[in-house]
Design a protein around this ligand. Sequence first.
Ligand code: ZN
Length: 235
Amino acid sequence: MALDPVDEAVDGQWADLLSPARRRLIRDTGLAAGALALAGLATPVRAGDAVTGAADAGKNYAEPPHKPGESPWGYETYKQPTPRPAGIRPHEPSLPAAPRAYTDIKSYHAHIYFDEDSYQKAALIRRWSAERFLVELGDWNTQPRGPHTTPSFYFGFGTELFPKVVPWLQLNSLGLTILIHPNTVDPRADHLYYALWVNRSQPVNAFDWPTLEQRKELTVEQIYPNTKPHIALET
Ligand code: ZN
């Protein structure tokens, strides 16, 4: 099944609303990229795109140029056709032809989320983890950081630890929300499409995060263990 055909007029309308750089992208990369740009209303502004005017200062999206006192979106948004969002499997416009190899996953991160009422639980999970597992333990983040929308800390671990770390976190989450995501060449998809959650899930901010097609180098996050485990894992 191919992508829905792109309506040239609609394509042009959107391109006009967006930046000249985006228009170039659509023209140069052809139908598929154009359709993606159309479908992805939240398509991030790429580095190098002209951001339109001072109206964008402090905003995490670009507004088309507009006069003060007028809607930046114009007065015909009610006429816009409904765009089709990208599919569940990123980068594949239709049903995939074959499953992916699990060996595409090179390591994992566990992100533990907390707030001012639950930080002591997070501290306990942090200490217990570092005492038991050889992992790469990151800093405390007391503010939203990157895709993480609440305070958090994380540790990275090798795939060989997955059968121990994941059940251990399931039993020792203390009720906190934990995101476990794989590390592949596509960090955006790792967080949005390939994640596991312990307890409730929470929003992940993927704004301005390059898609696989937009990434220049296909590197995978490396894990450099930095803990000194000294307590044998309880069994
Ligand atoms: Zn992570």
